[in-house]
Design a protein around this ligand. Structure first.
Ligand code: SAM
Length: 348
């Protein structure tokens, strides 16, 4: 199909895709390396330590990343999320973030982290201009934390959460991937935490990304079922949608709650019609939909001595190919099926 993009970008212009969605949000997977081995993220072949890691030369350098971000911001990207793998394990990360923060027009830098290194970096991140932090936490039980992540560092992560609150991140969002018979017996404890602490606790549907992770129809729980489980705790009061909520539907559990609860339902209530995202994987490939395997190779373009105009053309090509939506729910009903990329390279 040879359709024309609605609008060519100019500096600080609005970037729109073929379906009139504004694309303003770029997610960078800075590395595929991680200090945890979460059961829903690493694949079977990676679990026994046979991690298939990218070589240093295979990941984009900081210089390459900064160049791409600068061009993307000129085109209309205004919000950036650093993810991975674990973004905080990449060498010299703070120096990189300082350089990012200096990019004119980039006013919103966020990070998704497992929290292990947040006690060390929390203050530096907020000082450098990172505006929001999402922390993954799937259990409040230390032993289960080891089962889920492969590493005994629950206390460290909890200190990371406390640091994020103490240095002034607001809101601090906790991401819980809900898995039946693995951590769903803790749903009420997480909900209570949203009443007692100034956190946004987000319940994320388990997605089938990466062949042979633990995903199957038994472990998957829909957001509707998760919400049902909270009826005994009190009334779920819907909050007005705000830009910062991203794809989450946000509620308060009772009017006195100090925090909020977010429900992210990429499969059961997908949010494709308002998706504003583009992803850059840690191997330098542009991915316009998390649940579609199609990617555009930006690294080869960068390493062929390209101009900024070539980068723009490649970004536009990826945006032009952004699908209208994914049909994951339908695919799962019909034939099973999952996405082939590795979450650690895509960045969630
Ligand atoms: N290391 C960081 C962390 O743990 O938050 C960032 C990378 S991680 C891939 C980003 C997010 O993706 C995390 O919140 C994680 O829980 C989520 N995630 C990973 N695999 C998932 C899956 N199969 N289904 C749903 N969410 C997943």
């Amino acid at each position: 199909m040879n359709r024309k993009l609605p609008e060519q970008p100019t500096k600080h212009s609005v970037l729109t895709d073929m379906f009139a969605r504004t694309i303003s949000y770029l997610r960078l997977s800075l590395t595929d390396r991680c200090n945890l081995r979460c059961m829903y993220c690493v694949t079977e072949d990676e679990k026994d330590g046979h991690l298939v890691k990218l070589g240093q030369g295979e990941m984009l350098t900081y210089e390459e990343l900064l160049r791409v971000v600068r061009v993307a911001v000129e085109m209309g990207i205004s919000k950036l999320r650093l993810t991975g793998g674990e973004p905080l394990v990449r060498h010299n990360i703070m120096h990189f973030i300082d350089n990012l923060a200096a990019i004119d027009g980039l006013d919103d830098i966020r990070i998704t982290t497992n929290g292990v290194l947040l006690e060390k970096y929390g203050l530096g991140l907020i000082d450098a201009g990172v505006t929001k932090v999402n922390i993954s936490l799937d259990t409040l039980k230390r032993e289960r934390f080891v089962e889920i992540t492969g590493v005994d560092c629950f206390d460290q992560v909890w200190r990371g959460i406390e640091t994020a609150l103490a240095v002034g991140f607001s809101p601090v969002k906790l991401n819980m991937v809900v898995m039946r018979n693995i951590n769903d017996d803790e749903l009420l404890d997480f909900a209570r935490m949203s009443q007692e602490m100034p956190l946004q606790v987000r319940f994320i549907e388990f997605m089938p990304i990466g062949t042979s992770t633990r995903w199957n129809t038994d472990t998957y729980i829909t957001s509707d079922e998760i919400m049902q489980r909270f009826t005994s705790l009190g009334e779920l009061l819907p909050l007005e949608r705000r830009q910062a909520d991203g794809p989450a539907r946000v509620f308060k559990l009772g009017s006195d709650a100090r925090g909020t609860m977010g429900f992210i339902s990429p499969i059961s209530h997908h949010f494709c019609d308002r998706c504003n995202r583009l992803r850059l994987t840690s191997e330098g490939r542009l991915r316009s939909c998390l649940l579609h395997d199609e990617e555009t190779d930006l690294k080869s373009v960068l390493r062929a001595g390209c101009s900024d105009a070539d980068i723009k053309t490649t970004l536009l090509a990826a945006i032009r190919n952004k699908p209208k939506g994914h049909e994951m729910a339908q695919r799962l009903k019909e034939q099973g099926g999952d996405c082939h990329g590795r979450m650690s390279r895509i960045g969630g």
